[in-house]
Design a protein around this ligand. Structure first.
Ligand SMILES: Cc1cc2nc3c(=O)[nH]c(=O)nc-3n(C[C@H](O)[C@H](O)[C@H](O)COP(=O)(O)OP(=O)(O)OC[C@H]3O[C@@H](n4cnc5c(N)ncnc54)[C@H](O)[C@@H]3O)c2cc1C
Length: 407
């Protein structure tokens, strides 16, 4: 009987394991994860769990008995360091080799550390449940949080800390928050939202000097010479995809990830999903690597479909959301800063969508408190039809979706 080994107990790995069983895979399923906790819902870690609104049991994706019932073996706190694809085996740190017939990798990433940032007891990063617990406890004892980086994690933690009544200073090297992900104009809107909620946002700023007392950072001096105090620091400057294992296995590494085909396959019987997968997306017609929760879970399910049913292209569009204060952001597709932006809705009232067009095709749709439009936008992306940017600004979207000749 075939044995599927899944390395990584995150969004990809957990979804792959349960979907494999659902699709009738009868062989052994083993999840090996370096994390000592069973798979959990990572997005809670910067939001509800961090704020103490939910506790650990609510964060886990499944009860322990679900793994027993589905005959999924969980090997937690074990790290895979290498292996041989030819001999179909993996090397487990401090353990015996592990044989597989089919291999799934969903390894996620490790928070980036900048060399100039000192190592100190109160300088933290956020990726795991353990990290979130530590930040939650430290926040409880702190009054002023310094966030280095205004990406999604930084922005969400800023919003959470404000809700807990903490003072928050965000230092971002770029001119606006979330610029890389959302472009300048939407980034400016986010900066305004955070400022309106009492966050001090210092953009285009650099830390010149770190002030420490013992093994704690107590403040920074910024490039403008101003000193700022803080009793907790969170460094949120993105992740490094975990590529050591794929490299050791000789898998193709490209564009910061592992190159996989349309069906998420990196080599014969080896599938890769989530943050580390550079996927040849069949609908968008190009390779994309996306660091989002729904994508990781979707990849897990897509990999299970491919294993159970032979070659199966994974066609779902990337989707993500972010909640900050009472602002809900949704994004479908995959656009870049150079694409033409078509705005619809009420910018001032924070209920709008932005369509990103390349050569007339919609590549991505971002929506703020405008979920219905986002969903329709997804259908326009999938249609791969060519639209006129000016017409799209005011067109009846439902009609466009319904009628292929409109637009
Ligand atoms: C705090 C936080 C909030 C987020 N919020 C959102 C959100 O609101 N919306 C959204 O779309 N996305 C969000 N994300 C991103 C999302 O969680 C990730 O994109 C997703 O978890 C990626 O899934 P994955 O399976 O690729 O990796 P992960 O979920 O990171 O899982 C990787 C697993 O692999 C294990 N591992 C790594 N290397 C090895 C090895 N060599 N041997 C054994 N095990 C190994 C790790 O321990 C881990 O368990 C958030 C991320 C964080 C950190």
């Amino acid at each position: 009987m075939a044995r599927a080994v899944i390395v990584g107990g995150g969004g990809t790995g957990d979804a792959a394991a349960f979907a494999l069983r659902k699709r009738g895979f009868e062989g052994d399923i083993v999840i090996v994860s370096a994390d000592s906790d069973r798979p959990y819902d990572r997005p809670y870690l910067s939001k509800e769990f961090l704020r103490g609104e939910i506790e650990r049991p609510k964060v886990f994706l499944h009860d322990e008995r679900d793994y027993t019932k589905e005959r999924i073996e969980l090997r937690l706190g074990e790290r895979v360091t290498g292996g041989s694809l030819q001999e179909r085996k993996l090397f487990v740190e401090d353990g015996a080799d592990l044989a597989f017939d089919v291999l799934v990798l969903g390894l996620g990433g490790t928070p980036r550390r900048l060399p100039e940032i000192p190592t100190a007891e109160n300088v933290l990063t956020l990726r795991s449940l353990h990290d979130s617990q530590a930040i939650r406890e430290s926040l409880g004892r702190s009054s002023r949080l310094l966030l280095i980086g205004a990406g999604f994690i930084g922005a969400e933690v800023a919003a959470s800390a404000r809700r807990l009544g903490k003072e928050v200073l965000v230092v971002e090297a770029l001119p606006v928050p979330l610029q890389r992900a959302l472009g300048r104009e939407v980034g400016e809107i986010y900066a305004r939202i955070h400022r309106d909620h009492g966050v001090e946002v210092r953009t285009g700023a650099k830390v010149e000097h770190w002030h420490a007392e013992g093994d704690r950072v107590v403040g920074i001096s910024l490039s403008d010479g101003k000193r700022e105090d803080a009793d907790l620091v969170l460094v949120a400057v993105g992740i490094e995809p975990n590529l050591d294992l794929p490299r050791a296995l000789g898998l193709p590494i490209e564009g910061g990830g592992v190159r996989v085909d349309e069906g998420l396959r990196a080599a014969d019987g080896v599938y890769v999903g989530g943050d580390i997968a550079l996927h040849q997306h069949p609908v968008l017609g190009r390779s994309i690597r996306v660091e989002h929760w729904e994508v990781a879970k979707g990849h897990g399910r897509g990999i299970a479909a491919a294993i159970a049913g032979g070659h199966a292209p994974y066609t779902k569009l990337p989707y993500f959301w972010s909640d900050q204060y009472d602002v809900n952001l949704e994004y479908r597709g995959h656009a870049s800063g150079d694409d033409t932006a078509v705005w619809r809705g009420n910018r001032e009232g924070l209920s709008f969508s932005v369509f990103y067009l390349r050569n007339g095709r919609v590549e991505g749709v971002l929506s703020m408190n405008d979920s219905g439009t986002n969903e329709m936008g997804g259908k326009l992306i999938e249609s791969r039809r060519v639209f006129d940017a000016a017409a799209l600004e005011s067109a009846d979207l439902a009609e466009l979706v319904e009628s292929p000749s409109a637009g």
